[in-house]
Design a protein around this ligand. Structure first.
Ligand SMILES: Cc1ncc(COP(=O)(O)O)c(C=O)c1O
Length: 350
């Protein structure tokens, strides 16, 4: 296969995988969104990698939790914001695999009771232990989890720490594999893509939301490795371009050390212009965009990640940063439980 030079001998397959996700996820086109965004928009439905556990995190967890099991660990520790999609996916995947799960969730006031909504409700359904931590403690999350892991070890457990967002070299390989999946979908001939241009079965741009950098690192590596797109556009939902560029490069380096044959310096560009006022806070314009997209297409975005990213893509086309009419693959990375946990900002729009 021209674009998949490794075939079954791909070194990435040496890493064990827990089969958690429903794959391959579909790639769809909705004409009404092409007109709204000014590009040929294809949507990779990674919001459909599963049921309640769905989203981009499941692809990373396939590798991370397989490693935990291979290392004979029995307790998984991870962290995130209160309504973390990653924490929820980890809790549910752990329940499925018979692993204990401890979540360190950031709260403005950790003495407040846990709101039993959205992701938190699902964390509790999964039986995860939740430890509430302050914004300040969260800054030292890696040390905090390492300490907790030592404590668990002393009590006879075998802990396995998954970093924020599952974003390390191993987790990122989940998105290298996702790009291999897209390459196979293109080679198999998604008919309308094949029809829209002669023979050139790849995208001009891949666009997606970025919150901890692991998806971006895997997409950049995989898109270059499997010739899926010329350009990777990563829309930051917090921090800024300089922060994420360095972070993503670090994850790319780590992934390259554990998986031979991945490209050096794969191109990617972090756009932080749609991050809004703060993490998990969207602008009025972004919220109106999310509602408009749902009404035009039935596609539901969330205000923390995917809504900001698709809004950012529309703005980038409007500014001319992305060519009008470009063929874009947008990764819908999930996030619905977070939206349902906090509907109030949408009251005036619905
Ligand atoms: C729904 C959703 N989309 C996108 C992202 C960003 O992925 P990453 O953390 O790999 O940057 C996350 C998590 O942070 C997420 O929950």
């Amino acid at each position: 296969m021209k674009h998949d030079p490794t075939g079954s001998a791909d070194p990435i397959d040496a890493h064990p995988r827990a089969r958690l996700a429903h794959l391959p996820t579909p790639i769809i086109n909705v004409a009404a969104l092409d007109r709204r965004l000014g590009c040929e928009l294809w949507i990779k439905r990674d919001d459909c990698t599963g049921g309640a556990e769905s989203g981009n995190k499941l692809r990373k967890l396939e590798l991370l939790l397989a490693r935990a099991i291979a290392d004979r660990c029995d307790t998984v520790l991870t962290c995130g914001g209160l309504q973390s999609n990653h924490a929820r996916a980890t809790a549910l995947a752990c329940a499925r695999l018979g692993l204990r799960c401890v979540l360190f969730l950031r709260m403005a006031d950790p003495s407040e009771p846990l709101p039993l909504t959205g992701n938190v409700l699902l964390d509790r359904f999964a039986g995860a232990e939740i430890r509430r931590i302050s914004v300040e403690q969260y800054r030292d999350r890696d040390a905090l989890m390492a300490n907790a892991a030592r404590g668990l070890e002393l009590r006879g457990a075998r802990p396995f720490v998954v970093p924020e967002g599952g974003s390390n070299g191993l987790g990122a390989l989940g998105y290298v594999l996702a790009m291999r999946e897209v390459r196979r979908q293109l080679d198999l001939g998604l008919t309308s893509i094949a029809r829209s241009r002669d023979g050139d079965r790849r995208f001009d741009v891949i666009a997606h939301a970025c919150g901890s950098g692991g998806t971006a690192a895997g997409v950049a590596l995989g898109a270059a490795r499997h010739d899926v797109a010329r350009d990777v556009r990563t829309f930051a939902v917090c921090d800024d371009t300089a922060y994420f560029t360095a972070k993503i490069r670090g994850i790319i380096d780590e992934a390259r050390t554990i998986c031979p044959g991945l490209p050096t310096d794969p191109p990617f560009l972090v756009d932080d212009q749609a991050k809004g006022p703060a993490y998990a806070v969207a602008t009025g314009e972004q919220r109106a965009f999310i509602v408009d997209v749902a009404r035009a297409s039935g596609l539901v975005l969330d205000p923390v990640y995917t809504g900001k990213a698709l809004f950012g893509l529309a703005q980038a086309v409007r500014r001319g940063d992305i060519r009008f009419g470009a063929r874009v693959l947008f990764l819908h990375t999930g996030g619905l439980p977070g939206l349902l946990a906090d509907p109030e900002p949408f009251r005036a729009l619905v």
